[in-house]
Design a binder for this molecule. Structure first.
Ligand code: 6LW
Length: 505
């Protein structure tokens, strides 16, 4: 079998195709439409859903888990817990989404006729062990659920019941750790079992095996891993956790996660694990993955730009746009636009971003350099803006009773870095993230985070410039990336507008 994915290459397009903390992509095509989902961990709503017509431009159309009955995250559940690694498939006229809530309900299955929602209530899968569940149907309609490890069991996707033995399918390459992220496909005469291995850090890679039946036995590809950047200084690292999709012209494509470390050695990545696209050819019945680069040849079909997330939100609508995310849950009384029309009101629970129940509403940082501003009214409380990786790693600029403060939390250290008086009344707070363009030495961080405010006449007051490496995954650990947003630390805090402007080209 040999199918060329990209016979005539014209323009180029940019990778990642979905920048920012959008890891563990799973994709499916229905006619001319592609749909893609990602992990969401401690954030609510969970499992963002994207749509594309060209595999390159993606528009978020909703979230699978946007009701409390679907996403139960204990208020004290840890960051990087929660929702791991969904698989999205279209079968028998509907969309199927299987996912793990590691902080509660385990493996869960949801269905929808429209991927923008609404999605069903969860079907529980108590008999399915392990993270990274995959769904595949064989010719007689049997549904196989394959999980990290790599194990497999037969399920009834309508009831969640399992039947038959749970079987170990494959352990990946000898010596490679963490065989995970399995996806099973019928392609031509074979069933292919795609996995990630090496762990989601610098050793990550993609491997594949094939068999004549969905239950194996599976023969590993002689060229495994079919994709890895381990041991290289490629600007895109940690490449793995992939899914395959076929274009309407018969070409094959892989979506996968990768990271872009910045700064000196060993490099710090701050945007989390992002979603990349790469073409796939088939040679002798095995996939050959093309080069994964920041600028890639465009697919051989018309490009259809999506709808960008607006730079500005005036909070004039009753509903919040789907890119806004909260921590663990979003009770309407703590976060909404109805209390003061045209404003977002956040009501405090936890007193700071150190606490897991803090009231926070943010969006992913998607660009190396960006400027965030918001008009804040703290007549009834204390709050402001924050760049957040987790409870132990965040920089905040907050205002209360006539004072603006910058706070830094880095691991066990928490300090007020700067403060100054502020006139009463609403105030513009701002955060500017600037990617470092020139390394002065090996310890140079990936970016600087400058936090401050604006005087009523628009004069910018920079209160503190902090090294961004401390808000990186290499320092903090975990599976997420930076989220920038608004929080309430005390009482009610009102936000008239919020802007996020990319600054890099
Ligand atoms: C996910 C696993 C992985 O379950 O990281 O990179 C875990 N791969 O497959 C969390 O995203």
């Amino acid at each position: 079998m040999r199918v060329s994915s990209n016979p005539e290459q014209r323009s180029t397009v940019r990778n990642p195709v979905i920048p920012g903390f959008y890891p563990d992509p799973s994709v499916c095509r229905v006619g001319e439409d592609y749909y893609l989902v990602c992990s969401s961990f401690e954030y609510f709503p969970g499992v963002p859903v994207f749509h594309s017509r060209d595999l390159v431009h993606w528009t978020q159309i909703g979230n699978v888990l946007d009701r409390p009955e679907q996403l139960r995250l204990p208020l004290d559940s840890p960051s990087s817990g929660g929702i791991y690694a969904p698989t999205l498939r279209h079968h028998d006229g509907r969309f199927w989404l299987i996912v793990t809530n590691v902080s509660g309900d385990g493996n869960l299955l949801f269905t929808a006729t429209d991927p923008a929602g609404p999605w069903s209530d969860p079907v529980r899968l108590p008999g399915v062990q392990g993270i990274d569940p995959d769904l595949a149907w064989d010719e007689d309609g049997t549904c196989w659920c394959t999980t990290a490890g790599v194990g497999q069991i037969r399920i009834d996707p309508y009831t969640g019941e399992t039947s038959g033995p749970s079987r170990r399918l494959w352990s990946g390459a000898p010596g490679a750790k963490a065989p995970e992220a399995p996806h099973l496909y019928r392609i031509g005469d074979y069933w292919y079992l795609l996995i990630a291995e090496g762990g989601t850090e610098r050793c990550h890679g993609v491997s594949i095996a094939r068999g004549r039946t969905p239950t194996g036995p599976f023969e590993p590809c002689p060229d495994n891993p079919v994709l890895t950047h381990r041991g290289t200084d490629h600007p895109i690292q940690n490449t793995g956790h992939a899914d395959l999709v076929q274009g309407p012209d018969g070409s094959w494509w892989m979506v996968l996660l990768g990271v872009r470390p910045g700064g000196g050695t060993p490099g710090w990545h701050v945007l989390g694990r992002e979603t990349f696209l790469v073409p796939v050819d088939w040679v002798d019945g095995w996939p050959v993955v093309g080069e994964l680069s920041a600028s890639m040849p465009a697919p051989p079909w018309p490009l259809v730009p999506g709808v960008a997330v607006p730079d500005r939100d005036d909070f004039d609508l009753n509903e919040l746009a789907p890119h806004w995310i909260s921590l663990r849950h979003r009770p309407p009384e703590a976060c909404g636009t109805k209390e003061r029309p045209g404003w977002l009101t956040l009501r405090a629970r936890g007193g700071s971003l150190d606490e897991t129940d803090v009231t926070f509403l943010g969006r992913r940082q998607q660009h190396g350099s960006c400027r965030v501003r918001a008009l804040v009214d703290v007549a009834d409380g204390r709050g402001g803006l924050a760049v957040r990786l987790d409870e132990q790693h965040h920089y905040d600029v907050e205002v209360s009773s006539g004072e603006v403060r910058v706070l830094a939390r880095i691991g066990p250290l928490s300090t007020v870095v700067a403060s100054r008086p502020a006139a009463p009344g609403p105030l513009v707070l701002r955060i500017e993230v600037a990617a470092v363009r020139e390394l002065t030495d090996a310890r140079t961080g990936p970016d600087t985070v400058t936090l401050g405010m604006e005087e009523p006449d628009g004069t910018v007051v920079e209160l503190a410039s902090l090294d961004g490496k401390y808000l990186s995954t290499e320092v903090a650990g975990g599976f997420t990336g930076r989220v920038i947003g608004m929080f309430a630390g005390d009482g009610a805090v009102h936000f008239d507008w919020f802007t996020y402007e990319p600054v890099d080209g």
